[in-house]
Design a protein around this ligand. Structure first.
Ligand code: MN
Length: 329
């Protein structure tokens, strides 16, 4: 068995990656757990391109594929066979394969990814951190492969781009990202439908959990801090699953005037997972470091005990210190 990051692992050109894929057969395409539009769009687009070339290929994902992505998978089959070649898409680290796909963790032949944090675990890899999405790389790869960009492939590539850029709102969307997206529209991508499904549609369970979370929101320090919480009972009542909970932690920070948004989510053991989201003037990871947590300047987390009241009290005293410092500086 090879070791992760063994010296034989190497970066390859897109041209070489295409050569590897076209020389191979019986190919598995691996997606990361909790699959998103980019890992699924990349796998589906590559699957369709390789099928055009007569390859036997199958997509593997450790978790079920959410129904909202069905339009990308029309006509795609998931046959079982012993893979001769394994390609991971949009997977920065083999741990992200999840339990079910972990047997493949040490035998990935090729990785195509855009995460700068990629651990280079694959024997050969194409890593382009400047790409907004892995599907943006897949566009070049399929072009190099001389695959025909069908409207279905165009939908897949567009989906990865729009989901990884938050519908073109994030700073990772470059002029080239827009050019690729525009080209995909020329090839028949239904951008309006995809954006509506990804950004303008929520499940009833999501609405129910949001309703309950919004009810708990309180404001402190003249409206500069908002705190909301989610108990296990609230999750149960709403029927929300993990997918429905996605992005809930962003809600408090979205309120005008809020510089520090805190969401407290009750865990199995009764403690609270604290998510802190901040505006540009406040460092969230410093607040969480005080309680043994960490993260990024704009988004960080930690764990607190003491029930809703106790946890809130602790986080608010840390927030108070931040605002006192601001006043004194
Ligand atoms: Mn991605």
């Amino acid at each position: 068995m090879r070791e992760t990051m063994s010296p034989e692992n190497k970066s390859v050109s897109l041209h070489d990656a295409v050569k590897l894929l076209l020389e191979a057969d019986d190919i598995y395409l691996l997606c990361h757990q909790y699959p998103d539009g980019d890992t699924l769009g990349s796998a589906a687009a590559l699957y369709l391109g390789l099928r055009q070339k007569g390859k036997r290929v199958s997509i593997r994902c450790g978790d079920p594929i959410p129904q909202k992505y069905d339009y990308m998978f029309e006509g795609i089959e998931f046959p079982d066979f012993e893979p001769q070649f394994i390609c991971a898409v949009d997977i920065a680290d083999p741990q992200l394969l999840g339990q079910r796909l972990s047997p493949y963790a040490q035998r990935v032949d090729l990785c195509i990814d855009h995460h700068g944090s990629n651990t280079k675990y694959a024997r050969q890899y194409v890593i382009r951190p400047e790409a907004a999405s892995t599907t943006e790389i897949m566009y070049d790869l399929l072009f190099t492969m001389e695959a025909e960009i069908t409207s279905q492939i165009a939908d897949c590539i567009y989906t990865g781009i729009t989901t990884d850029t938050g519908c073109f709102r994030y700073t990772n969307a470059t002029s080239r990202t827009y050019i690729v997206a525009a080209h995909m529209m020329d090839k028949g991508a239904d951008a309006a439908m995809i954006n509506r499904v990804m950004f303008d549609t929520k499940s009833r369970a999501r609405l129910e959990i949001e309703r309950r979370v919004l009810d708990t929101m309180s404001f402190y320090f003249g409206g500069k801090c908002a705190v909301a919480y989610v108990t296990r009972e609230m999750v149960r009542q709403s029927g929300a699953n993990d997918e429905d909970m996605d992005g809930i932690a962003a809600l408090p920070r979205q309120v005008e005037g809020v510089e520090i948004g805190v969401t407290m989510r009750e865990k199995e053991d009764g403690s609270f997972k604290i998510s802190v989201r901040t505006g540009p003037k406040v460092n969230a990871s410093k607040i969480c470091a005080e309680f043994g947590g960490g993260g990024h300047p704009g988004a960080a987390g930690c764990v607190l005990t003491g029930g809703v009241t106790g946890a809130k009290h602790q986080i608010l005293s840390a927030v108070q210190k931040v605002f006192e410092k601001q006043e004194n500086s």
